[in-house]
Design a protein around this ligand. Sequence first.
Ligand code: NAD
Length: 495
Amino acid sequence: MTDIPTLANFIDNAFVAADASAETLAVTTPHTGAVIAHVPLSPASAVDAAVASAKQAFDAWSQQTLKTRASTLLRLLVVLQAHASELAQLIVREHGKTLAEAHGDVAKGLETLEYAVGLPQLCSGHAQQVSGGVSCRDERVALGVVCGIVPFNFPLMVPFWTIPLALGMGNTYVLKPSEKCPLTMLRVAELAGQVLPPGVLNLVNGGQRVAEMLVDHADTRAVAFVGSSAVARMVHVRASVAGKRVVALGGAKNHLVALPDCDVEMAARDIVVSFTGCAGQRCMAASVLLVVGEQPELLRRVVERARQLMPGTTEPQAMGPVIDQAAFDRITSAIEHAETADHAEVLLDGRRTASFLEKRRDTGGFWLGPTVLLHRAAGDQAVRQEVFGPVLSVLQCRDLDHALAVENSSAYGNAACVYTRQGALAEYFERRVGAAMVGVNVGVPVPREPFSFGGTKDSRFGYGDITGDAALDFFSFRRKVTTKWGEPSEKSWMH
Ligand code: NAD
C-alpha cells in the first residue's frame, strides 16, 4: 500500500499535493485490475490555485508575439518527442492499450502540437483601407484562462486536441484529466514545465466536482469538453448559462456501410481494425455495420479476422483489455441484452473466447474478446445506444437508401463510412449521411490538421469544432482596429 503514490496536482510549474483530507479514487491498470495510484478529488482551493496561477500568467504569455509562443511550443515538441516511449508506456499501463496504439496516441497528440508550431503562418488577419485615410484590420486575441475536461480513452491525444492550439493563441490553460487515466498528462505537465513559463499549463486532478468547479469558475473564459453525451450536454448547458464559450464533444454510434461492390478483403480488414482498435474504446470506432444486400463472404471474413485477435500488449494481433470492471460489466450486459431480449444472433462471443477467458482468469484484468452480433431490427438497444467496447452490431439492409435511413435515425452524428469501388455511390452517401466525419473506404475517418474534428447531433454540443482551423476561432476573438492617420484628402462617412 505504501508504495502506491497519491498523485499531486501541477500548478505554477510545481507539484502541489492536494489537501491531505481530500478523498481519493484508486487508479487501476486494466491488465490486472491492480491499483497503481490514488488520484485526489481535489478541493475548491486547488481549483482556485490553478486558475489563479493561469490568470497570473496570462498577461505576459498573451503579450508575447505569436512567433515567440510558437517557438516555445517547438521546444515543447522536442521535449515530448524525446519522452515519447516513456509516455506510451504510461498509456499502456493506465489505459491498457497495446504498445502500438499507445505510440499512436502520443504521435497523434504531437501532430496537433506540430500544427500549433505553424500558427504564425496561419494567423495573419485582414487589413484594408475602408474609407479615405481610414484603415481597418483585425487580429486574433486570446480569451484568457481556458479549461479542458477530458475522457479516459486517449490519455494524451485528446488533451492535445486543445492544449497546443489554446496556448499558441495566447491563452493559459487548466486541465482536468480523466480520473481513470491521470498519470500520462501529469508527466506531460511536468515535462512541459521545462519549457513553458509557470502558470501557462496547470493540471488539477478530480472527477465530476472538479470539472464543475472549473466550468463555474469566475475566471475561466472557455470550456473544451470531451466525454460521453450525457455529460457533454450538461457541461454545455452549464457553461452556456455561465456565459462561457463551450464546445462539448459527446459519445458516438458510428455506422459503416458495406455496399455489394466493395473490396471484400480490404473492407473486412478495415472493419475489424475499426471496431476492435483500443478495445473498441474510440469515439471513432465502428459500432454498427450495415451490410447492403447478401454478403456472406464479408461477414465470414469479419468474424474470422476478429476471432484471430489475441489478448495482449505487444503482439501484432493483440487487443488490450477494457478500462475497468464497470466497463466490462456494461459491455457484457449489452451483449446479453442483445442476445436474450432482442434475439440477435451472436456470431462471435467475446465473453466466451478461450484466450480472453484464460487471460482474465490468470491476471484478474478486464479482458473481453471481440464480439459480433447479427441483429434483426434497427431498433435493438445495441444498435441504438453507445456500447463503447469491442462489439460490432450487424444489420442487413435492402439497399443504400435503407442503410442511410438507419444511419440518419441515430441520435449520434460522429462518424460514418462507406465501402465501395464507385465514386458516384460514395458521393451519393456523402451527401445524405447524417454524421459529420465521413470516410470512404476508411473506417476511422479522423480529419487531420488543418481539418477540424467534431460530430453533430448528440456527438457535439456548442460552438464549432475542435483541432485544426476551427480551433483558431474557438480559442480567440477577433479585435477589429480602425485607424486614421492625419487629415484625409477627401470627405467620407468618418467626418
Ligand atoms: P465521461 O463522460 O464519463 O467523463 C469525461 C470527463 O467528464 C471526465 O474527466 C469526468 O471526470 C468528467 N465528468 C464526469 N461527470 C461529469 C459531470 N457531471 N460534469 C462535468 N464533468 C464530468 O466519459 P469517459 O467514460 O471518460 O469517456 C468515454 C466517452 O467519451 C464515450 O462516450 C466516448 O464516445 C466519448 N468520447 C468522445 C470523443 C469525441 O470526440 N466525440 C472522443 C473521446 C471520447
